[in-house]
Structure formats: structure tokens, C-alpha cells
Design a protein around this ligand. Sequence first.
Ligand code: WTA
Length: 692
Amino acid sequence: MEEKGAVEVTEAQVAVHWKEEEHFYPSASFIGQANMADPGIFERFKEENFPECFKEYADMLTWDKYWHTMLDTSNPPFWKWFVGGKLNACNNCVDRHLPTYKNKAAFIWVPEPEDEAHYAMTYQELYRRVNELAVFLRDFAGLKTGDRVTLHLPMVLALPITMLACARLGIIHSVVFGGFSGKACADRVEDSASRVLITIDGYYRNGKLIDHKAKAEDTEKLGTVEKILVWRRYPGRYVSKAAMVEGRDYFIDDLLKDYIGKSVDPVSMPVEAPLFLMYTSGTTAKPKGVQHGTGGYMTYVAGTSKYIQDIHPEDTYWCMADIGWITGHSYIVYGTLSVAATSVLYEGVPTYPDAGRPWRIAEQLDVNIFHTAPTAIRMLRKAGPDEPKKYNYHFKHMTTVGEPIEPEVWRWYYNVVGKGEAVIVDTYWQTETGGFICSTIPALQPMKPGSAGLGMPGIYPIVYDEDRKEIKAGEGRAGNICIKNPWPGLMQTIWGEPERFIQVYYEKYCKNKNSKDWHDWPYFCGDAAAQTADGYYRFLGRVDDVINVAGHRLGTKELESAALVVEEVAEAAVVPVADEIKGKVPDMYIALKPGYTASKEIGDKIKRVIATELGPISRPKNVYIVPDMPKTRSGKIMRRVLAAISNYMDIGDVTTLANPDVVELIRKMVQGEEVKPPKEVPEELKRFGAAE
Ligand code: WTA
């Protein structure tokens, strides 16, 4: 979104607790065992040593043919890493571990029904399953290197097995989040021109067996699809009501019987061969097919899994994300297996059957590395603030990812979930970046609540204002964060849309489009950030989530964070409302912790706290205490929907939400019983939250 003038966040607007400067240090026992506790890393990865520094990560992989040139910048911004190299991602995740770890669990799968047994799959077993499926995909489905295949699968072992089987043959997978509708899946099938769709009959979520195959019945749209291959939640037993279409739909478990014991060597792929596509929302309605390559991506996720996640082969690592998002690709499957971890995969949601479930699983499996998002942390804090204390587990390391985390929530995560024993890394990154780009190195840099830390080794961020001037650390101003340099994990392009790739990520800050010098091509992240004097970055939300109130730029996150200071508040969401005088003002939606009831007093208290913490300019126009926030299936609050309600705009389709019914309740609360005609609002508001 184009906005002119300085991107200023004045002192008054930065909430007191976001000025938080308390540092927390890792324990001696953590440092003693850490993969990366050598301060020499700062020297090795300093700017003068770029790009050669990345050899350290590349050497964590097994290359079939070693590369000859570290970085080729001849066609900016289509950077080429490790030129001349050849490797296979599946080999790096599976085959190469067999001599040492064949009997170790690669995955432990936790089904939702608590009376179904956990399933630990060894590396040897994974190797067998992946081989058989790869031969099946080649011989039965006719898939070959370079083809695209769409996977619409939930959190079952079939998903990583299918991804790895594709990677083994150089087939480009495009995983669509299981919670997405058939229509959303069909759009992605079409964009990637997949001839094969791989799905499942059903899976458990919130105590219900979801009919998933039914979503594939949007046949009219599945134009390019010739075959639909169907896994079954219970092999041999079909749990979907949707008919199997003769000559198009096939049960994988039935057909795989003919492939038992078959093997195929991993195909030695050129380093730049695409490994997968991952569709993500942009500011337009059409999702972008973010394309990641084999060698650069694998190098980056291996390096960060080892140094930042601190994964050792003997650890039991649990990332609660869904594999349908980039976090799951990088830090449940590819990065995690590349360092020979045991990776936990679970079906269902964290709060069903109760908010003790994650901690029960952690105790049962003796998980020692835990990875989740602020949304899940807030949800668990709201639903079961004391639950972690009831279970005997011990984490050494925890991650938060995906959104800014409010210091209050961070402290609960640290003290209650982590029992004061675990380090926390607040990892900032994006689908586009492949892996973490800002974080602390856990044994070397202290944690600071609400701050993602510094640029990671080999990543040199810079904050620019709208006039392309650098905003320095400690200036107390926010701007647009960019990364000065390319790095191996960065996306290669947008599938089929190279121009859009340049336009979205480079147009705004490219210094000279004819230049072949990477210094002229900073990568634009699309987030507002401020850097404190110690170099740590605070993220203020997407630049399209920023609210400009009377010429002042407010991060919606700052207001939400301030509201969380109020004891009764569990969740807060802020949206811009058109205002005749001030341009825009914030409206605030609040969900309370259990045991509290909505009252005018609580509303007034929130307004007061915000006015004192952030200054009167930030005072919300309205504070609505709602029964629940409208949320996506992945748990993100749909601010777009709230903004539409506040502004009397068209609310759009909400059927894919986790709780669509709450939308009408909130609408009535805000607008009254009667449905009013839509109001005229500025263009900018119509785009608000489009990135959701
Ligand atoms: C936001 C998720 C603050 C940011 C891995 C980014 C964060 C978007 C953090 C990408 C963090 C991610 N602190 N904000 N630690 N991590 N974000 O593509 O706005 O689903 O641009 O990737 O999430 O979301 P995506």
C-alpha cells in the first residue's frame, strides 16, 4: 500500500511495555549442550564475509555433485545459489540417515482420539513407505520430474510421506492447507496446472470425523485434474460420503499393495530445481504461488534447524503448526528431518478435548523442543492458564512464530509453559523467506519479550522510511523492514508470474533496476518494524495492517498488546474505521478470559489503559466485547471481517472460518438487528486485511 510521508511512530505511541528492555538469559545447561554456542559465528557471518559464509550451512547437506559458485547475481532478482550443485531433498531427509539412525523414530504421529495408539515411524520404515509411494506415483500416476501435484491433506503421516516421495523424483508438490475449501484447493490446482490431486477420505478435528474427500467434488473447477488419489484414514475402510468417480478416483492403500518392496533411487536434482510451491495470500485476491528451490531452501532450513531450533538427533521435537503452512514444510518436515530429528505430528487442535492436550502429549512423548504460534499460546492461556502445571514435561527450547507476541503472553509462555527452564526464540519470517530471518541465537543472545531479536547469521536487515532513508537503531521510529542481501532460503519467484515477483518484493526499494549488484536490490518484507538500540527488531504488523490516525501511523499490534495489560482480557483485535475528522480511527474487539462477563466497566478500563499507555490519539472509538473472535481454521483472527462489520462493508464469504456463526452475532452487536446498506468507504479500507 502506498503511503506518503514519514512512517513515524512517536514515543507516545509506543506502549510502555513494548519498550520492554528486560533481558532473559539462557541457562548454563542449555548453553552447555547447544549446537551453536561459539561467538565466532558473528565474525564468520558478518557482512564482509557474505556470501561465502553460507558454505557453513551448505556443508550440513549431502551433495551428489558439489557446487562451484556460491552466488550468481547475473539476473537480478533471480539469484542463483550453489551453482553447479546437485542433490536430492529426500536423500537429505531420509536415506543419508539410515546408516546411523535407521531404527530411530523420524515421526511420531498422535491421532486425535485419545484411545487410538500413537504411531512411531522409524527412518527405515519411512524410507520404505516413501520408496513404494514414489514408484507408485511414477508408474501408476505417470508423474515425472518437473510435474506439479497438489496435495490437499491434513496432519496425517500420509502428508510428509507424499511430500518426500515427490521430492525423491523431483516432482513439485503444492500442499494446500487441509482446512481450505475445495474451491480454494481448485484455484491452486488450476494455477499450478496439476494433473493429479492427492487427498484423503477423512480426518479428526474437534471430536468430529471430517468428510474431506467431499471437498474434491468441485469437479467443474478441477479442470486440469486427471486422477484423484485418495488416502484413507483407516486403510481398507472408506469414511467419506462422497462417491469415488470411476476412472478418476483411486484408493492409494489398495493400489500400493502391488508396490510393496519396490524402490527407486533419489533423482539427483540440479540445485535450482523447484522443490515445492506454497500458495500464500497477497494484497490482491489471487494467491501467489511462492516457489522454493531445492538446494538453497534445503541449505537454509538445515542450518536454521540446527543453530536456531537447536535440534539434536536425540531430541523429541514438536512443532504444533500445520504442514499446510510454510512453518510445517520447513520446521516439521524438511529442516527437521535434514538434521535427523524425531518430529511429532498431531491430528486435531490444541484445545480438544481440553486445553491440557498439548501438555499431556509433551509429557507422554517426553518432548523437549516445542514450537508454536502466539495465537495458540493466547488460546491456551485463555482456556487453561494453569494446565501446564499439571503435567510433568520439561522443555529446553521453545519457539514462537508468525505474529508479534505481546510481552504479557510471552511471560506466560516463559514462566508457565516453559516453567522458567526453556529458552524462547521469537522467529520472524515469511512463506517467501523459506526459513527464519530474525531471531536470537538461543545460547548466544538474550531473549527480550515481544522482540524477535536480530537479523540471523547472514541476514542483514535494514529499516527504510517511505523516502528510502534508513531509520537507524534506537531512533524510536518504525519503518518498512527490508533485507539488504539475498540468502539461500529466499523464494525463487512467484510461479508463472516473474513480473509480479519483482513488483511485490523489489519495486518499492530497488535502487537501480539495471544493476547486477545485489546491494541495489533490497528485499521488501511488507512489515513495519522498529529497531531498538540493542539491534533487536520489534515487529508492528503488516504494513497493510497499519492504521493511520490523524497522520500518525499506529501498529494495530501495539493497541492490542496494550489491551492485554487489562487483567480480564484474553484476546484483542484492532481494525481501522473511517472517520471524517481523523481519517481513520481504531475500533477494538475484545474476548475475555473465562469467568469474566462483559460490562461497561471493563470497556472503560480498556479505553483508559490505552489512553495512558499509548496516548489519547490511540484511544479506540469503540470497544466491543464479543463472545469469540472470528477465526480462520488455522486460528488467525480475521480482522478483515471485523473491519467490514465496523465499517458497514460487505462482509464477504465467511463459510471457511472456524466459527462462522459468531460473525452475525458480532454484526448485530455493532450494527443492530437490521442489516443496513453498505457505506461508502475509502479504497484503503477495502484492502484492509487482504493479506489474511
Ligand atoms: C508475520 C509465517 C512478528 C509477519 C512464518 C510476516 C511475525 C507474516 C513473526 C508472514 C514474528 C511472522 N513476529 N510478526 N516472529 N513471524 N510474522 O507467510 O507479518 O504465514 O510478514 O509465514 O507473519 O506470514 P507467513
